[in-house]
Design a binder for this molecule. Sequence first.
Ligand code: BGC
Length: 499
Amino acid sequence: MSYISVVVFSILICRSWSVDQLKFPPSFMFGAASAAYQVEGAWNVSDKSPNLWDKLIHDRPELVADGSNGDVACDSYHLWRRDIEMCEELGLNMYRFSISWSRLLPSGYPNYISEDGKNYYSNLIDGLLEKGIEPIVTIFHFDLPQILQDLGGWANPLITDWFADYAEVVFSLYADRVKYWLTINEPMMLCDGGYEELGAPYFDDPDVGRYLCNKHTMIAHAKAYRIYDDLFRDKYHGKISLPTLFFWFKPFTPEDQEVTDLTIDHWEGRYAHPIFSKEGGWPRKLEKLLNDLAKKEGYKQPRLPPFTPEEIQLVRGTYDYYALNHYTTRLVRRVKPGEQPGQWLFYGSSELNTIMDKDPAWGTTAVDWFSVYPPGLREQLHWLNSTYDVKEIIITENGVPSLDPDLVDTQRLEYYRDYLEQVLLAIKDGINVTGYIAWTLMDNFEWLNGYVAKYGLYAVDFSDPNRTRTPRESARYFSAVTKCRTIHPTQDNTKLNYV
Ligand code: BGC
């Protein structure tokens, strides 16, 4: 579909919608997201050095569902102008993308800045701004330079300075134009996933490596935040946060509430409590539970590496908004006698002895653990609002996977409609949600799922050397939403009339 038809289409839709619907406030920002390794390709172009994903799946293609990799991906390194055009077609206020550390700093350190890397992101930022689209830049989205991985990566405490040095370069190059920053994408997936063989570095070290990584991401984030505060904030007045991957969790029965609260601490608290809570540091109850467990298992060191009082102060309060990556809701309960805990992150925890599952009443998707339960988002926004003293929340990822590349993606369209409705309701409840970023702009390299799982508003033809992008029905709908700033067609026509 051409740009013109997207625009004409959304004007028609706006007309057919009744005016008494809830509306997103005029300042509310709509966006879509991507990440460097997932879209850029050009893995060895110019002076870029390999990152840990390049290395891992070049060496072990069998780890990826379809044996693919991100060598070319969506080729956004060359097709970034088309990406901007798509953001424009969608009527976006923001585009979230990430910077590839090994493209900007091929040595991993700031001793050498790649001219091509620097220009690539600079052009992308300028191109977005020319169209009135705010860049929201993730400094790090899973793609560590291999050279730093060889030194231990996120398990090495020195990474907190390596990251801070890298972030300072990024700020010094782009903070004049970028007002929204995200430091480290989903440290939960990075650490818990990376040390439980769900992603790179693909280690099986859930007792130690995972928790070292956990602590180091907190310190690295804080150091970057403080650098922005000290050197850039007065001049540029930007906002920084760290996006958490936070499914919403509900108890199977009221008796499971306590273990559900612990699960929230285990998932989100380990990555958010140090930053967003008043007292800082690890969530207390969880810290004790995990450290007692480590002792029982014969470890001499605590499971959660302790923060010094100085480190607690360093990390506490290093946010300007809460950045939430929400996808789904899970039910939680303790295992019953004779049962095994859930085998991996999305199914439970052997440390908490839990099982996670879905409610049969919720909508299903192509992916077993991924249910559709829109009210979970509103419940979670309430929880965030009452748990932390956050003045602003931006939903930095939300979206649904499918396995087929169909352009008529009714489920995705309805997912966006129903989750956006919950955002509207939360705003009506008085929660200051100021932005919503869809995952994702276009189909891309879905980590160990390769190109099998599709999340895109735009379909990408990966067999075409031009990586042609085509809007799905969900893109047409999204563009209508951004223009009308409401989600519903007329009351008596709840099915969107163009599906
Ligand atoms: C990650 C993305 C990923 C998406 C869908 C998020 O957790 O930030 O990189 O593609 O989930 O799996």
